[in-house]
Design a protein around this ligand. Structure first.
Ligand code: B12
Ligand code: SF4
Length: 460
């Protein structure tokens, strides 16, 4: 079978990014090993034009097109699914990803034949085999499909979270590598925490566990990326890098011993970092850590179920800074709380003084309690299926907060920018490669320069 995986571009052009999509990489690797011809089309990396995907379909003539859908790209995916269905009625369309998992019936209504709920590795071969033979996929766990009568059927269960050490290493030749500035990989999957604003599969959506790879396997893959692809910098796309202190420690010790000469970046929780771990991270080649701080208000942190106090956050960040790591922090304005609570973040930023400060606006994403019970938090979503509004900031349209108006949000962002600039921070729009302290807000022209190397801004 010829299978084309499509990752539609972000609906909001400010959110275009260049990070190769690992999810469809795993699935493509499994199918390729099985003898299928596989391509991955990552529109975020290939450019804005929607015609480019249609050109790829016309040229490759796939039997199956598999869409990878998260809420930020759903409005684009929806149009593309409809268009491919219209132009190529014989082509089978499947879909997966967090948005398709949460709204499978909608994606079927858009024109997909089948949606895989959750992780796809365990059943992707069977799905493709069913599409090839015309067999009924009704025996597969966790799929939603349109049957011969036209009725939509959902089978019970979900595929289990993959035992990561049993999965193949993602075949990087599936990606158009010159489009990307660095490599990425996973050391773990899932997160057991339940932050109210986050819709990670295993913590907030399914509540069923985390998978952590054996550290030597992680190092083997890093070495493979270095030796086969000349990797110098690796981004770990884990929800939380390795999650547990003992695993981080083991990885760092073995990493330092191997001395791979690679720089890497991980997303971590500040309560997992102490002085010893920070020193070990630096020793093992960690260059940058991304911590979600979210707010400077103890009350907001508690209400948002962050599971960390300001003191814990401060301790972790201080340890990372002391070890010489570059520290990037993420903040969310608009988490439920008073206007005064929102302003507390500014002082905490100045107190922590991380290298990078990335401020976002709360989007009540599907998969979170802010989406399912918005009124409970003073959040109003006029039309819950108007997903375009979930791809942009702004509070005067489909999404409104009782406790923060659009004007108040803009004032808060401007006040933050002024305070940070007075303290020596540079707006990311004006940052030079050598700028030490940088901040980004939704008011910045480019709000997606999340991972920034010393030489390049890694975004479109
Ligand atoms: C790394 C990452 C990024 C990277 C790169 C993304 C990339 N290239 O994939 C960067 C930093 C650029 C990024 C940016 C953003 N991200 Co992000 N990101 C992630 C993160 C942490 C990991 C993604 C990943 O690689 N997962 C591992 C792979 C193996 O899992 P997977 O992609 O889900 O794929 C599996 C299944 O979903 C399924 N599957 C997926 N596709 C398909 C297709 C088919 C056909 C089938 C059958 C199955 C299938 O099978 C796969 C294998 O098991 C996820 C959280 C998460 N754990 O997924 C958030 C996440 C996807 N991001 C999220 C968000 C909100 C954003 C931003 C908007 C953040 C912001 N405020 O700026 C931006 C914009 C993104 C955009 N497209 O517009 C949310 C999405 C929420 C939602 N409801 O859609 C998530 C879920 C985080 C969260 N917990 O809330 N992100
Ligand atoms: S925000 Fe981070 S710590 Fe919280 S649930 Fe999501 S991945 Fe886990």
């Amino acid at each position: 079978m010829k299978v084309l995986f499509a990752v539609p571009r972000s609906y909001n052009p400010k959110q275009m990014y260049r990070e190769y999509p690992l999810g469809v990489g795993f699935l493509g690797t499994i199918l390729k090993r099985n003898g299928d011809a596989v391509r991955i089309f990552d529109q975020n990396a290939e450019g804005l034009s929607d015609a480019s995907l249609l050109r790829e379909v016309a040229e490759f003539e796939p039997d199956v097109v598999g869409f990878s859908i998260i809420t930020p790209n759903y409005p684009v995916a929806q149009q593309q699914i409809r268009e491919i269905r219209r132009r190529y009625p014989q082509t089978r369309i499947i879909a997966g990803g967090i948005h398709a998992t949460l709204f499978p019936e909608d994606v079927i209504a858009d024109g997909a034949d089948l949606v895989v709920l959750g992780e796809g590795e365990a059943i992707i071969e069977q799905v493709v085999a069913c599409l090839q033979s015309g067999a009924n996929p009704g025996t597969l766990p966790g799929v939603v499909f349109r049957d011969d009568t036209g009725a939509v059927t959902r089978t019970a269960g979900w595929s289990q979270i993959s035992a990561l050490d049993g999965l193949p290493i993602v075949d990087r030749s599936l990606y158009n590598l010159p489009r990307y500035t660095h490599h990425s990989m996973l050391a773990s999957r899932g997160c057991p925490h339940h932050c109210a604003f986050c819709c990670n599969y295993t913590g907030t959506v399914r509540n069923d566990g985390v998978a952590i790879r054996w550290h030597e396997k992680v190092l083997d893959e890093m070495q493979h990326l270095r030796d086969s692809f000349g990797a110098r910098e690796i981004f770990f796309a884990d929800d939380i890098f390795l999650l547990r202190k003992q695993d981080i420690r083991r990885f760092c010790e073995a990493g330092a011993a191997r001395n791979l000469g690679l720089r890497w970046i991980g997303q971590m929780r500040a309560d997992r970092v102490d002085n010893a771990i920070a020193a070990a991270l630096a020793q093992a080649g960690c260059q940058r850590i991304y911590f979600g701080v979210e707010s400077g208000s103890e009350k907001i942190l508690r209400d948002a179920r962050k599971g960390m106090t300001k003191a814990q956050i401060q301790k972790g960040i201080a340890a990372a800074l002391e070890a010489g790591l570059r520290v990037k922090t993420g903040w969310i304005y608009g988490l439920p709380g008073s206007l005064g609570d929102q302003y507390e973040s500014i002082e905490f930023m100045l107190q922590l003084r991380p290298h990078e400060i990335s401020i976002h606006q709360l989007i009540p994403f599907p998969g979170t309690i802010y989406y399912t019970q918005p009124e409970h938090f003073g959040i109003h979503i006029a039309n819950r299926k108007s997903f375009e509004s979930f791809c942009y900031g702004g509070l005067d349209g489909n999404i409104r907060f009782d406790y923060l108006s659009h004007t108040q949000l803009v004032d808060l962002l401007e006040a933050t920018g002024q305070a940070l600039e007075a303290a020596g921070y540079v707006n990311s729009d004006d940052a030079e490669p050598e700028s030490e302290y940088i901040y980004t807000t939704p008011l910045s022209r480019n709000s997606m320069n999340v991972f920034r190397s010393s030489a390049t801004v890694l975004s479109a």
